[in-house]
Design a binder for this molecule. Sequence first.
Ligand SMILES: Cc1ncc(COP(=O)(O)O)c(C=O)c1O
Length: 384
Amino acid sequence: MKTSEVIEKEKKYLMSTYSRPPFVLDYGKGCYVWDKEGKKYLDLIGGIGSCLIGHGNKGLATVIQKQSQKMITPTNLYYSEPQVFLAEKLVKISGLGHVFFSNSGTEANECAIKLARKATKRSNIITVRFGFHGRTFGSLAGTWDEKYKKDFGPHVPGFTIVPENDLVAVENSITDQTAAVLIEPIQGEAGVKFFDKQYLHSLRDLCTKKGILLILDEVQSGNGRTGTFFAYQQYGILPDIVTVAKGLANGIPIGATIAKKELNFSQGLHGSTFGGNPLACSAALYVMNMVEKKNLMKNASIMGNYFVAQLRNIRSPFITEIRGMGLMIGVELTKEGKEIVQQCADQGLLINCAHKQTLRFLPSLIITKKEINKAIAILRKVLV
Ligand SMILES: Cc1ncc(COP(=O)(O)O)c(C=O)c1O
C-alpha cells in the first residue's frame, strides 16, 4: 500500500485520537527506522521509551517466535513459568516483595491505586502537579493536565493534586482518609521535569511517619533508562509500590506493579486476562538479560551525559534549559516545539515534544556516540 493510501484509510477507519506526521514507518534496526518510501530516520523517541534494546532485535524475535509456537497464554487461570521468573527478577532488582502483571502503564497504576485503597482501607490519593499517570479512569483522576480529562467527567473521586516540590502542600492535604501519594520520580509527559532530591527524601519520610503509602510511577523512568533500573535507586529511597511498563518487554505490551509483600489482594479481587502472559514475560526476561549482559544501564548513563553535554554546546536562542538523567532528556524551548519536531523529521531525525515546549529524547539504551553526534548535527541545523 502507498503512504497516501494508509493515511486515507487511517482517516476513514480509525478514531481521531492521534496527530501523526505524513509518513508510515515500516521497519527498524537498532536506533534506525525506515518509512514506506525507504527514507531512513534516526529514532530518538524509541516508541516513547519502549524500544529499550533497539528495533528489529533478532534474539528477541527468536524468543517471541519460540514462545508463540509453544504457547501464547494459558491465561491466569493457570501457572506459568516465564511469569514467575520475571516476577522473581523484578522483586530482586526492586527490593520489594511481589508483583502483579498487566498490559500497560495505566493498568499498572490502576492496580497500584486499588492495592493502596485495599491495603489501607482509605480512599484518598495525593498526586502532584504536571504528573501524568495514564488514561483509564483511576490513573486519569490522578493526572494533572485538564486537556486529558475534559469531556470525561465525572472523574473518580478521592484524588488531590498538590504543587510540585512542596512538602507542606502534601502535609496539608493528608487527612485520615489518605491512602497514598502517587508520583513520578521524574515527570516524563510534563517534559522531563525533576524534583529536588531532598523533596523526594522528605516525601518518603513523611509517608512513613503518617502511615501512608508512597507509590512511584516509573512507567517512563524505569527499566534502566536513567542509568539504574529504577530512578528511585539514584535518589536513595524505596517506595511501597512501584509501577513499570513501556520498555520492559521492548514494546510487547506489559505492565508491572511491584509492591511490598504485606500489600496484597485476596484471590479474585484483581486480575487480567492477558497480564503476565508467557509471550510478554519471556520477551521481558530476554530484554532484562540483555540490559544486564550488555551493560546497557551504564551505557544509558554515559551516553546520557554525553548527549546532554553536546546539547549544551548547541547554543541556540530557542533553548532555555536542558534536563536529563541517563537517556531521559528534555530540552526546554522559548517557543512551541511542533515545528522543530517536523523539521527534524524532514532531516531524518525522530524526536517528540512533551508539554508543547519541551523536546524530549527517549532513545534506545544501545545508542552510540556516533548516533548522538548525528542527531546533534541535525538539531544544530534546526535550532541555531
Ligand atoms: C509516567 C507514566 N505513567 C503512565 C503512563 C501510561 O502508560 P500507557 O500508555 O502504557 O498506559 C505513561 C505513558 O506515557 C507515563 O509516562
